[in-house]
Ligand binder design. Sequence first.
Ligand SMILES: Nc1ncnc2c1ncn2[C@@H]1O[C@H](COP(=O)(O)OP(=O)(O)O)[C@@H](O)[C@H]1O
Ligand SMILES: [Mg+2]
Length: 598
Amino acid sequence: MRHGNFEPEPDHRVNWRIIRHLTPYLAESRNRVLLALTFLLLAKGAILLIPFLLKHLVDALDGQSVQSLAPALLAGLVLAYGAARFSNVFFAELRDTVFGRVTERAMRRIGLQVFRHVHSLDLDFHLNRRTGALAREIERGTTGISFLMRFFVFNIAPTLLEIAMVVGIFLYNYSATYALITLASVAAYGFFSLRATEWRTQFVREMNAADSASNTRALDSLLNFETVKYFGNEDFEARRYDTELEKWELARRRNRLSLFGLNGGQALIIAIAQTSMIGLAAWQVKSAEITLGDFILINQFMLQLFLPLGFLGFVFREIKGSMANIEKMFELLALAPKVVDTPDAAELEMARGRIVFEDVNFSYTDNRTILNNVSFTVEPREKVAVVGSSGAGKSTLVKLLFRFYDPDKGRILIDGQNIHNVSQASLRRAIGIVPQDTVLFNDSIFENVRYGNPRAEDHEVEQAIELAHLSDFILALPEGRDTLVGERGLKLSGGEKQRVSIARTILKRPPILVFDEATSSLDSKTEQAILAALRDIARDHTSLVIAHRLSTIIDADRIVVLHQGEIVESGNHQDLLAKGGHYAQLWQAQQRQEPSRQ
Ligand SMILES: Nc1ncnc2c1ncn2[C@@H]1O[C@H](COP(=O)(O)OP(=O)(O)O)[C@@H](O)[C@H]1O
Ligand SMILES: [Mg+2]
């Protein structure tokens, strides 16, 4: 399955499956929905009253008996008219207020569900995703839900209801011709709007694409600010940006012209309908078939009816867009994580911390084996080092131990329990890792360290900072431990980030410790100091160390040499040197490079 690409494909069908998906959220707030519907009916009732009140007012004022018209009656009609106008707006507002809570609750529920789900997806998904697109996807999806709920419930359905009532009133009280004109014009209007909107979709899409393309270009350029400067490519960047802007400008123009076509056509249909209604009514007044009040009533109904219709094209397009966005979000929700807890997953029971890799085979993609029959054991409280050239598969071992992936063959056991059969949460609680590349949250240094154990007291965090040799660095900062580290920790150097990461793990203090080239960015003095601290901490722990510099693992109980995914040698430092194999070669190469280190 390809994941990672979530650009919405515009969908041309109204998708009832989505409506079904959303019903549980409506059902959850059933009372509020019913209340909102009641307010909707009240608002619609008020608006249907208005033409009748106007008719009676005009008829009362128009007749011969206007002199003898009872002031009380006149005042009553005027007040009723005012009350109806106010009620219409008031109940509509009440309806929105009451219903707002329903949509917001649904958005919150679904937003959280998606967030949790995305976190549950496997590493592969996250490596393939484009974060910006994914975030937009989720945002569009939840906004789409709010839009769909509001407009389907409160725009489309009531407008249809209103049309039906008006047609009924015309049919019942007046000539059937009015009803016919209304129906014909509404049908023509609806048909034209839908077709024109469909036709316009391509221009809207073109415009949105041009919009994101120019945004992406600008963003990418700004993210690469330093590179742009290093190469003096400001003008080149500006030209590339302008090329996108030009496309955007053109797309906007096409879009506007097509909008002109749509609006113009709609206005023409409305004008024809109104002219024929007014004409017919005028003639009927002239021949005394209806009163002047009826004339006003008919005109008023027409005005009121076409007002919501004016939005119909827009609403239809938006609803279709929302459907496509929600669909995408539900597709995301339907993605199954590749790594899941087995149904009867037990908690990992830590005894002494013995790790066994047993005949493990693994490949990320079908055609390339990364690990081949890897077997080794880390006895409790042992320190085992894995060494090998870059790309040998060392970090992959760690990812398997953390169960970011499942091995294709073989087993990984911790204290005799296959990690496949224990819950991921309990497994990950038991292991602490200082990863090869540390990415930090855009928060203060102090809080980034506390992330290792969110419940830790301040003094515990301080202690971890001390042990990770971060205190001198923090003291030198003007804002001390509250210094913000920037997006992804970009304001810290590689070595500083590694130390934050070490402090985090010290704070977590899990039974099993894993270091993946954890000190590779440190200078040798800091490295030695931290290694001493880590040796202290690791004394009672089982540790797996992936080493960059061999000098850091001379004291390991066992060294496993990985070469192209296979274990080619293992033993302690002295044994391996005496053997004169891979390890001895690596050692000599490093000695030549960095003689001063020893
Ligand atoms: N998610 C991935 N998809 C495909 N190949 C990967 C992935 N992660 C790592 N690899 C490849 O697997 C090999 C081993 O990677 P890794 O275990 O990180 O090596 P190292 O020994 O340097 O830590 C490398 O050749 C790398 O390109
Ligand atoms: Mg690695």
